[in-house]
Design a protein around this ligand. Structure first.
Ligand SMILES: [Zn+2]
Length: 247
């Protein structure tokens, strides 16, 4: 999970709210209005540079949905969380964290859910991290043995975020289900191979590889952005600072 910088509420949603201001509209109503719904989905994907706000898998046509951080069943007439732009995130489809090939695998589809399906309409505990309120610091680190995601205690301390909140979030969103660990491990091994060149100073090489992977920050990020960032260490931080990374 990384921080998400949200753009202003899409015009289509503003218009929708104005047009139906006297009626309490629910998410199901918005979904049936394709122009508004598509504008919401597309803006979320673009704000998040193509990544699920929780697991960082790639969002695309067959693998994306709109998450309400505060569940829709908490909406009241006064507080309509259904239509609150700041309450919406783009996430992968249930059960979450799937590659295209995996979406055809019926057994995997029944396996341990992650992201929205794991959170499953629960009212967020105050310990659950919201990607909209995260620092640009990397709060997570990973195991090179099995791809497990863990809190980076030093970064948590710097950011003033309790380690237990990070642990709670990892568990609540199922970020260590086997398929996510396995796919992160593939990424870790792949980057480590790229870094295996004794002819070049490691700091220079890390920054060079980071520049190749992250580009100038205008395109979508590669899946598992934070995993790349961790493996590429100081080189990643230098490059992200060069491109004024903010989310
Ligand atoms: Zn996800």
């Amino acid at each position: 999970m990384k921080n998400v910088c949200k753009s202003p509420e899409p015009e289509e949603l503003q218009k929708y709210k104005t047009r139906f201001s006297l009626q309490v509209k629910r998410w199901s109503d918005v979904k049936s209005n394709r122009i508004t719904f598509n504008a919401i989905r597309d803006t979320l994907a673009s704000d998040q540079k193509g990544l699920c706000a929780y697991c960082e898998m790639s969002l695309h046509e067959n693998n994306r949905s709109v998450e309400h951080f505060i569940p829709r069943n908490q909406s009241t007439k006064e507080n309509n969380h259904d239509l609150d732009w700041q309450n919406m995130l783009g996430i992968c489809l249930p059960p979450g964290g799937m590659k295209d090939d995996d979406l055809q695998n019926l057994q995997l589809l029944k396996d341990s859910p992650c992201c929205g399906k794991k959170k499953d309409g629960d009212i967020p505990d105050s310990k659950l991290l919201n990607p909209l309120n995260l620092p640009t610091l990397r709060l997570f680190k990973f195991s090179s043995e099995d791809g497990e995601i863990k809190p980076d205690e030093i970064a948590c301390l710097k950011a003033g975020i309790p380690v237990e909140n990070v642990l709670f979030t990892i568990d609540k969103l199922g970020l260590n289900v086997p398929r996510l660990k396995d796919q992160r491990l593939v990424v870790i091994d792949f980057i480590n191979k790229e870094l295996d060149d004794e002819m070049i100073d490691i700091n220079v090489l890390e920054e060079k590889v980071a520049a190749e992977y992250f580009g100038d920050g205008t395109d979508n990020w590669l899946r598992f952005f934070t995993t790349y960032r961790w493996v590429l260490g100081a080189g990643a931080e230098k490059h992200l600072s060069n491109i004024s990374y903010s989310g």
